[in-house]
Each structure stands twice: as structure tokens, then as C-alpha cells.
Design a protein around this ligand. Structure first.
Ligand SMILES: C[S@@+](CC[C@H](N)C(=O)[O-])C[C@H]1O[C@@H](n2cnc3c(N)ncnc32)[C@H](O)[C@@H]1O
Length: 311
């Protein structure tokens, strides 16, 4: 049963093919969302198989718990950030770990969550609403330098410093909550020559703020390191990313584990023993969605699937 109302799972068959080698194994879906991938994984498990589902968004956990009711004896829910993977799961126990990064369609579509620049709700952008700092608080706290750094690094945005100064100026003159229209005004004023691209720029600005508020790159690095530890030899690490900064973070973190020798480059001879490799690539080039999938689900268009195997 594919219920696409909450979120239409991306690259579903490709993920399942890469992830599940042993139907009696134990798996982790680190980004449960609406449970689309989890439902399909659980449906393929033998009765000895088990699935650990992580999501830091309590709404996702509540929705998917109902959806996975039929598998309740084989599924354990972890309502925490996936950086905690290795605190929750024992080392060398998993046959596969899946990440479908970013946010779900439900999170974007529910304007109360303040994820979208198209709504009129105050900026929030927290995946876990129990976390202390919302986007509004982040915008009020950081310096122009820090804000500009986030726009540059997380979204490759030019005129980042000018935009940060403008946002700070507009916020200072705004009584009450920070609304999407305040950010739009700043973007329109800094990019007057790009009137036809304003929505694209706003999407990137929101992405950059969201990544800071949720510590997304730190979460990915920390969790991938934990996943390497939790996987059994031969186990698969399956990751879908949706933009270049996320993808680079996945590639660079995995690359640390693809090297045999961990000695600093300046050492003339290897001193570490040279047998440290823990991951190898399962697919040389990232797997992309088909034209048919993109036509059916436009949110799949930027997806890239990378798969590694623990050695
Ligand atoms: C793209 S959606 C996953 C959709 C899911 N695969 C499906 O088929 O419905 C990403 C989900 O991961 C969650 N998420 C993102 N970063 C997270 C993190 N660091 N820890 C835990 N959950 C996270 C989000 O709250 C969101 O529900």
C-alpha cells in the first residue's frame, strides 16, 4: 500500500533493492517521515526480521506508527534525531541503514509548521518542535557574518552579506513575529534585477536557515559515522540526498571510511597498518530517478541515491 498523501517515497524500488540482502536481518530507517519506505521494507521482512525507525518530528512518528500498525511486533520507533543512532543501536547488528534526507512533503505542505516561504505563518523551520530555537530566534540571535556564512555555505547564494544585513534591518523594524513576507521584502530589495527568480532565491534562503536551525550537516556526519559502526560486514548504507551541499556532506563523510591508510599525507611511509577501510561504494555513480518518477512526483527531481557496503 503506497499512501502518497503524507509523502510519496522517492526511488523506492531502487532503495529496497540496494538495502535488503537478508529478509531476516535488522534494518534502520533513519528518516521515517510518512513511513513510505518503512512500510515497504517491513513488508519484505521475514518474521525474524526487524526494523528500527527514527524521526525527530513527533508528528511523523505518530502518523507512521498508525500506518505500520500491522507490523508492530517487528518495528521499534525511536522519536529522536538520527545523530543518536549509535546510542540507540548496538554495534555490528544492522544489515542495512536508510536515509531519505531533508523534509517530507507533509512538513512543507502544513503551513502551520512555518517551513514554506509561500505561506503567511511565522518562520519556524524546526523538524522537532520540542527543540529550543526556531528560525525566528536564530535570525534574531546570529550576526550578519554568521547569517551570510549560512547563506553562502548551505545554499551557494551570492550577495549573502548584503542580504543578511537587509534581513537584520527589516527584522529590527518589525514588531511581532517574523513572517515569510519580511524575508521576501529583503530578497526583493537585494536582488531587484532578478525579479523572475525571486521564488528560487527564497527557496534557497529558507533551505539555508532550515539547515542551521536543525543542525542538518552535523546530524548527517555524526549519524553516518554511527551507521558504519552499527552495520554488520556486508551491510548496506543507502542515502538519498536532495541538494549539492547535502550530497557533498554524504560523499565526504563516507570517503573517510573508504581509505585503507589513515596516516597524514606528509608521512613518507604508512604507520597505521593500512587496513582501515570500512566502506566500499556499491554504485559507482549516484542512482537518479527516472523521467517517469519525476513526472509523477516532481519532488523527486533532485534526488541522488548513493549506496555503500561495509567491508
Ligand atoms: C524526506 S522525509 C522522509 C520520507 C519517508 N522516507 C517516507 O517515505 O515517507 C525526511 C524525514 O526525516 C526526518 N529527519 C530529517 N532529519 C532528521 C534527523 N536529523 N533526525 C531524525 N529525523 C530526521 C524529517 O523529520 C522527515 O520526516
Amino acid at each position: 500500500m503506497i499512501n502518497t498523501e503524507y509523502h510519496d517515497p522517492v526511488l523506492l524500488n531502487e532503495c529496497l533493492e540496494a538495502l535488503i540482502k537478508d529478509p531476516s536481518g535488522t534494518y534502520a530507517d533513519c528518516t521515517l517521515g510518512g513511513g513510505g519506505h518503512s512500510f515497504a521494507i517491513a513488508s519484505r521482512l521475514a518474521k525474524e526480521g526487524h526494523l528500527h525507525c527514527f524521526d525527530r518530528d513527533p508528528e511523523a512518528i505518530a502518523f507512521a506508527t498508525k500506518r505500520l500498525e500491522a507490523f508492530k511486533n517487528q518495528v521499534t520507533f525511536h522519536p529522536v534525531a538520527f545523530a543518536k543512532l549509535s546510542e540507540e543501536i548496538a554495534p555490528n547488528t544492522l544489515s542495512g541503514v536508510l536515509y531519505d534526507l531533508g523534509i517530507s512533503s507533509h512538513q512543507v505542505d502544513d503551513s502551520k509548521r512555518g517551513f514554506t516561504f509561500q505561506g503567511s505563518n511565522p518562520l519556524d523551520l524546526r523538524m522537532d518542535t520540542r527543540e529550543a530555537e526556531s528560525a525566528q530566534q536564530w535570525l534574531r540571535r546570529v550576526s550578519a557574518d554568521e547569517m551570510a556564512g549560512a547563506f553562502r555555505f548551505n545554499a551557494d547564494l551570492d550577495r549573502a552579506y548584503k542580504l543578511a544585513l537587509k534581513i537584520i534591518e527589516i527584522i529590527a523594524a518589525t514588531e511581532g513575529e517574523i513572517l515569510p513576507e519580511n524575508i521576501r521584502r529583503a530578497v526583493e530589495s537585494v536582488f531587484p534585477d532578478k525579479r523572475h527568480e525571486i521564488n528560487g532565491i527564497l527557496a534557497r534562503v529558507f533551505q539555508a536557515i532550515r539547515m542551521e536551525v536543525n543542525g542538518e550537516l552535523h546530524q548527517i556526519e555524526e549519524s553516518l559515522r554511527g551507521a558504519v559502526n552499527c552495520l554488520l560486514p556486508g551491510g548496506r548504507l543507502v542515502v538519498i540526498s536532495y541538494h549539492s551541499v547535502e550530497d557533498r556532506c554524504v560523499k565526504n563523510t563516507a570517503a573517510e571510511f573508504e581509505k585503507d591508510c589513515l596516516c597524514p599525507e606528509r608521512l613518507p611511509v604508512c604507520r597505521c597498518g593500512g587496513h582501515n577501510r570500512k566502506l566500499k561504494k556499491w554504485n559507482r555513480k549516484p542512482i537518479l530517478p527516472s523521467a517517469e518518477e519525476i513526472a509523477r512526483n516532481p519532488r523527486a527531481r533532485s534526488a541522488k541515491l548513493r549506496v555503500y557496503e561495509k567491508v
